[in-house]
Design a protein around this ligand. Structure first.
Ligand SMILES: [Zn+2]
Ligand SMILES: [Zn+2]
Length: 329
């Protein structure tokens, strides 16, 4: 089959690899579309994946074409979105409900072969069936949405909060949409890229600006979400949290990124600084949000490129052009 392969640090190609074979409790999915995200760039830079080469792609959906000997839940022809999370279910973190912090954390497309390929293998337990009106190729967006749902689980956002989101790429826009649906009084969005702000406005941002200084909230925001991973944005955002407010580190920063905090203010104003990592018991719920039309996956997709152009898709994503880019085998 054809597959994108990150061969070594900085080098991605599309090449021929062996067809995947399902284990007893696994299925083979013919991939309809696979999304790219910051994690793929981190893998390209040599972070996250314990060993290269790897077939990337942790955001994908498709049609089941083969099932393992002990699979009864799905059959060939079923359309599914695939939760990439692979937990051990045995370590201290798994056993205390923090599976996404698993000591043996692994994920399809991060540590094992992923969905940027014609076919991908996945445990049947990771497959979520799709209703008729959700197109398979749009369901690649369930995974990023499930990360955003996890973000709101961490926030336990209260009704009437004023929310500020840094970044209006796919993740920032999803955080904006979910803020509105969890009862925020206002949701402001900051992004250096004016083209991206336009989408934030279309999706109902209260205000969208190139910098938080342009927004009028001198007391700060109850909830500040970084969806950029960028040091300057994070540093700025930490200073914008209102008294008793919460800062959520949602974007993935480089390992070496450092920012400063103001411990007196954290103490004196009871500020919470927290983070949310990937997916935790949130994949099904993200699929429900699309299935029930609460969110429309199509608004987040700006480009659909053929799989053969995976390296160019990575470059385009790295350049910050567009929103969600998916490759189509
Ligand atoms: Zn991702
Ligand atoms: Zn574990």
């Amino acid at each position: 089959m054809r597959a994108a392969v990150i061969e070594s640090v900085g080098r991605a190609v599309v090449t021929e690899v062996p067809d995947p074979v399902p284990g007893p409790r696994e299925v083979v999915v013919e991939v309809a579309a696979c999304g790219l995200c910051g994690t793929d760039l981190h893998i390209l830079q040599g972070e996250f994946a314990p060993r290269l080469p790897i077939v990337p792609g942790h955001e994908f959906a498709g049609t089941v074409v083969a099932t393992g000997t002990r699979v009864t839940e799905v059959t060939a022809g079923d359309r599914v979105a695939v939760d990439p999370s692979l937990y051990c279910h045995e370590c201290r973190y798994c056993r205390t409900g923090h599976n996404n912090l698993c000591e043996r954390w692994a994920a399809i497309g991060v540590t094992t072969a992923g969905g940027a390929a014609q076919y991908a293998v996945a445990p049947v337990a990771n497959c979520v069936g799709l209703p008729e009106h959700v197109r398979t190729e749009d369901a690649a967006l369930v995974e990023p949405l499930s990360c955003a749902v996890r973000g709101y689980d961490v926030l336990r956002s209260r009704l009437g909060a004023h929310v500020l989101v840094y970044g209006s790429g796919t993740m920032g826009l999803m955080m904006l949409e979910l803020a509105k649906r969890t009862g925020a009084a206002s949701v402001d969005v900051v992004d250096l890229n004016p083209g991206r702000l336009e989408t934030a406005r279309l999706l109902g941002a209260s205000a969208a600006a190139g910098a938080a200084d342009e927004l009028d909230r001198p007391g700060g925001w109850d909830v500040v979400v970084d969806a950029t991973g960028n040091a300057a944005a994070i540093q700025d955002g930490l200073g914008r949290v209102a008294k008793a407010g919460t800062f959520l580190q949602f974007g993935v920063a480089d390992y070496a990124t450092r920012v400063t905090i103001d411990p007196y203010r954290v103490y004196n104003q009871e500020i919470t600084i927290t983070g949310s990592m990937a997916v935790l018991h949130s994949y099904e719920r993200a699929a429900e949000l699309f299935a029930n039309g609460v969110l429309d996956p199509r608004v987040f997709i700006s480009d659909r490129l053929p799989l053969e152009r995976y390296p160019q898709a990575l470059e385009q994503f790295a350049a910050g052009v567009g929103r969600k880019i998916v490759v189509v085998p």
